[in-house]
Design a protein around this ligand. Structure first.
Ligand SMILES: [Cu+2]
Length: 193
């Protein structure tokens, strides 16, 4: 099995228009060398062992039941932009799978769970149907190259240094209120604290 996904060689046609282009993989690898660089996506050709590697995320933590959500973050948006994205890591410390099924935030009129995937060599994003499963004992990273929360109909631009609240909805663990920290427009990972 080969690893065909290469952020450096990817045409970010879909991503660029949403201001999600600047995700220098070198920076990400440096800051998150202990993380998988991207999340599981059925359409990516990846070794399962690599994709399921345990993440040891650092940053603010929010807990609901067996789930721990670490370091929710976002990027500043250009003036007039109506779309932003939310990233975080979800760890399932329980013995049963759970699912992220939805998210709401006061900053956005509409919010969806999206995933980035390669289609014919082009990076595209699409809404996730049926939620994102977090297997017991595993982590799922929502990041610039994989699953992410799409914040649509932004009421105001997201500004660097700002934080905002959102509620994540899990199938079993229920609602969980978290706070997102907004990094720079080109941030490749969560702002440092
Ligand atoms: Cu998206």
């Amino acid at each position: 099995m080969t690893l065909r996904f290469s952020p450096l060689r990817t045409s970010f046609a879909g991503a660029a228009m949403f201001g999600m282009l600047a995700a220098p993989s070198a920076v990400q690898a440096q800051d998150h060398s202990d993380h998988p660089a991207m999340t599981m996506s059925p359409s990516m050709t990846m070794k399962p062992a690599m994709a399921m590697k345990q993440a040891s995320a650092s940053g603010p933590q929010f807990k609901a039941g067996d789930l721990t959500v670490t370091a929710p973050w976002s990027r500043a948006t250009p003036k007039g932009a109506k779309i932003g994205a939310g990233y975080l890591t979800i760890q399932n410390n329980g013995t049963a799978p759970d699912k992220l099924v939805g998210v709401e935030s006061v900053v956005a009129g509409k919010t969806e769970i999206h995933e980035m995937s390669m289609t014919d060599g082009v990076m595209k994003m699409r809404p996730v149907t049926g939620g994102v499963t977090i297997e017991p004992g595993k982590s799922v990273v929502l990041g610039p190259s994989g699953y992410h929360l799409m914040l649509m109909d932004l009421k105001n631009p997201l500004e660097q240094g700002q934080s905002f609240d959102a509620t994540l909805r899990f199938e079993k663990a229920g609602p969980l209120k978290v706070t997102f920290q907004v990094g720079g427009i080109g941030a490749g990972s969560a702002p440092k604290h």
